[in-house]
Design a protein around this ligand. Structure first.
Ligand code: ADP
Length: 361
């Protein structure tokens, strides 16, 4: 087992013309030995490219990738001792599950036949696919095929696992089961793992830590709770959490934050911590807005526009004023028992302890 280090890793795709794409831009991060790190960000932000550089399927334009103490930039993919699992399973259709799992194992490990057979059985049992060993991939469900793909990765006893959206072809229920199972297996094996997803919920539930990427640039690496409670910037704040954080563009006037329908006094401490910045975005999570009490310094009169049930809570879309043609709404989540009705007035309390202030991006 080993830590995986990315130092100033950059990937530029260039076809010789002027429009080169900087897919990954100076990424520095260390995935600790045995850690489950989720690399998350919107489509096109450079997740797959990062993973493919670690696997050796893409060259590194600049920077260094190390597995343990070993620089692996120029090591052939097969010699990196890293296993990759793809969304598409990538099983050989003409081989049985057993053959898929054992393929190439003898050559790469020097194991004897009997040892290969025993190792395959052991990994199959870990994945719960012993019964499927003599079937072909076409006789398996999507979920079973993904288990085989994982079993094939495990059997190689790699120093690191790379997973590129491995669950995205499965239905929601199976995906939830497999998330838990993947975590169990990763913990049991203690293999350093980088897991790519665009789904922030998956990232929040699965990662020991998550690394948030946007436009090739690493925005924050932290535990899910750190990224949720202490987002490094407006991008991370908006990306992590569902429904998304609300943002209000505000201007600082003395110790107040002012916008069109918004006048929000700040405590001395918050005011002092802000330095000279005047153009700010005030962020608040939907679950931190309280629809109770009287209007006041941090509590504003609003109108409930739409109420959307979300299971045990409701998402209430609120507007300060419905008279405009395109009124700006923001969202508050409140417990299902609280009576809130569309068209009714509501007082939205934005506690100062819950607000986040960012540079306007
Ligand atoms: P993600 O996995 O986050 O969706 P990718 O790593 O696939 O993002 O892509 C990052 C950026 O690099 C995108 O702008 C994409 O179009 C570009 N890109 C990826 N692969 C290539 C390639 N082979 N040639 C040119 N551009 C590429």
């Amino acid at each position: 087992m080993a830590a995986l280090t990315l130092a100033d890793v950059t990937k530029v795709f260039s076809d010789g013309s002027d429009d080169a794409v900087i897919a990954v831009d100076g990424v520095d991060m260390e995935i600790r030995d045995g850690e489950f790190l989720v690399l998350v960000g919107p489509s096109g932000c450079g997740k797959s490219t990062t993973l493919r550089m670690i696997a050796g399927l893409e060259s590194v334009t600049q920077g260094e990738i190390r597995l343990g103490d070993r620089r692996i930039n120029d090591v052939a993919p097969a010699d990196r001792n890293i296993a990759m699992v793809f969304q598409s399973y990538a099983l050989y259709p003409h081989m049985t599950v057993r053959e898929n799992m054992s393929f190439g194992l003898e050559e790469s490990t020097g194991m004897a036949d009997a040892e290969v057979a025993a190792t395959v059985e052991e990994s199959a049992s870990m994945m719960g696919i012993e019964e499927l060993l003599d079937r072909k991939p076409s006789d398996l469900s999507g979920g079973q095929q993904q288990r085989v793909a994982l079993g094939r990765a495990i059997v190689r006893d790699p120093e690191a696992f790379l997973m590129d959206e491995p669950l995205s072809n499965l239905d929601a229920k199976l995906r939830a089961t497999m998330r838990t199972e993947l975590q169990r297996i990763q913990e049991e094996l203690g293999v350093t793992t980088v897991y790519v997803t665009h789904d922030q919920t998956e990232a929040m539930t699965m990662g020991d830590r998550i690394a948030v990427l946007d436009e090739g640039v690493l925005q924050q690496v932290g535990t899910p709770l750190e990224c949720y409670h202490e987002p490094a910037n407006r991008f991370v704040a908006g990306f992590i959490g569902e429904p998304s954080m609300n943002f209000f563009d505000v201007e600082r006037q003395g110790t107040r934050l002012v916008a069109d329908r918004f006048d929000y006094p700040l405590s001395e401490a918050t005011h002092a911590a802000l330095g000279d910045t005047t153009e700010l975005a005030l962020g608040i999570r939907p679950e931190d807005i309280e629809l109770v009490g009287e209007p006041g310094d941090h509590a504003f009169e609003t109108v409930v526009d739409v109420v959307e049930p979300m299971g045990d809570a409701n998402a209430c879309y609120l507007t300060f004023d419905r008279s405009g043609t395109d009124p700006e709404t923001f969202v508050a989540t409140v417990g299902g028992m609280q009576q809130v009705e569309a068209g009714q007035p509501a007082v939205a309390h934005l506690p100062e302890s819950a607000i986040h202030l960012f540079d306007r991006a």
